[in-house]
Design a protein around this ligand. Structure first.
Ligand code: ATP
Length: 361
């Protein structure tokens, strides 16, 4: 992969407020990259500094090897799709898309029409050109905004929460379509989102941001399975936390875990913790299970009592209080034919496996 965008030591102040703090980042050509984080963490500011809508207070932003200092947004090889779509309701779909070509005096009407048709086809709006833009659904409007941005063939498409105004079903559909579209056009997409599921589904890599800094930059699976610290683990999905005492560090890491006793894990399961002493162990709810009557397992067991049951149809979420731990463990179980749903107060044997644990600071 070739680096397309490089940020080095980027800081941004709004008055006294330090919105971006020492951001170092490389984004590759053709990558689907997401900036993920809670409200106010600086992800939109970072996107806008790449777009050229914000200047940096210090540091370097380079695109295609060129320093972008002083280069205005309209002269950068980027294009932005906004959350609000910003389409013109009084124009037709085709006119909205052609708006992206307004400065291309080198193209005649016919050539523009070909590009508009191609762009509409690309976003699944083939044949919609003559429709009035105000008569479109939210998902269709978003497609028009995408077509208008892509018609200029930018090197980078910047997407600021593009799906947040859509309902859940349409959002899920558009996630898959955006992925397909990105593969088809092959350009770099940078997505800003506060929705961790959206980022996990679509991205090659994700930068998780907190308070103006990048907390972790990794692919979806690494972020989910090996979060670097508790803050990232809490932001991405659900995680149970148990107090631990690390007694030996080396090729195998030995620890005592509250409620689970003594066990060993591998160094890969400890992305940041390098020292013995107090730490925290993280366990995802779906890596735990409950042993039902008549079943056997070669995994480890902990005795517990059901504290809460939430039935979702395909899944049941249990809170189970295990001996020696104050906070119940959240367990996500797929509902299988023939398996009962336990009641609150029922005894439960919790199945766990040290391979699914991650050691955190
Ligand atoms: P959200 O998801 O809520 O949009 P975000 O992570 O995108 O959040 P930013 O919009 O980048 O956050 O804002 C980061 C911080 O910088 C916020 O505290 C915000 O109030 C502040 N900020 C953003 N733009 C300005 C501005 N023009 N002037 C002053 N402060 C600003």
């Amino acid at each position: 992969m070739t680096a397309l965008i490089t940020l080095e030591g980027v800081n941004k102040y709004y008055g006294d407020y330090h919105a971006l703090r020492d951001i170092d980042l490389t984004i590759d050509e053709g990558e689907f990259f997401s900036l993920l984080g809670p409200s106010g963490c600086g992800k939109t500011t970072l996107l806008r500094t790449i777009a050229g809508f914000e200047s940096v207070s210090s540091g370097l932003v380079a695109i295609g090897g060129k320093d972008m200092a002083g280069v205005p947004a309209n002269l950068r090889p980027t294009n932005m799709v906004f959350q609000s779509y910003a389409i013109f309701p009084h124009l037709s779909v085709a006119e909205n898309v052609a708006f992206g070509l307004r400065k291309r005096s080198d193209l005649n009407k016919q050539a523009k029409q070909v590009l508009v048709d191609d762009a509409l086809d690309m976003v699944g709006l083939d044949g919609y050109g003559g429709r009035a833009a105000h008569a479109l659904s939210g998902g269709q409007r978003q497609r028009v905004a995408l077509a208008r941005a892509l018609i200029l063939k930018p090197k980078v498409l910047l997407l600021d929460e593009p799906l947040s105004a859509l309902d859940k079903k349409m959002r899920e559909q558009m996630q898959v379509e955006l992925m397909r579209l990105q593969r088809h056009v092959g350009i770099t997409f940078i997505l800003v989102t506060h929705d961790q599921e959206e980022a996990l589904v679509m991205s090659d890599r994700i930068a998780v941001m907190f308070e103006g800094r990048i907390g972790q930059l990794a692919d979806a699976e690494t972020l989910y399975r090996r979060p670097r610290n508790r803050q990232v683990a809490e932001f991405i999905g659900k995680m149970n936390f148990l107090e631990a005492d690390v007694t030996a560090m080396g090729d195998a890491i030995s620890l005592q875990v509250q409620g689970l006793g003594g066990l060993q894990i591998t160094p890969e399961q400890s992305p940041e913790v390098r020292e013995t002493g107090a730490a925290v162990v993280g366990i995802r709810p779906e890596t735990l299970g409950i042993l039902f009557e008549g079943e056997t397992t070669d995994r480890k067991l902990a005795e517990g009592v059901v504290d809460e049951v939430v039935y979702y149809g395909d899944m049941t979420y249990y809170d189970v209080r295990i001996t020696g731990v104050e906070k119940p463990l959240n367990i996500a179980m797929k509902n299988i034919i023939g398996q009962p749903v336990l009641d609150v107060g029922a005894p439960a044997q919790v199945i766990w496996d040290e391979r699914s644990l991650v050691l955190l600071k």
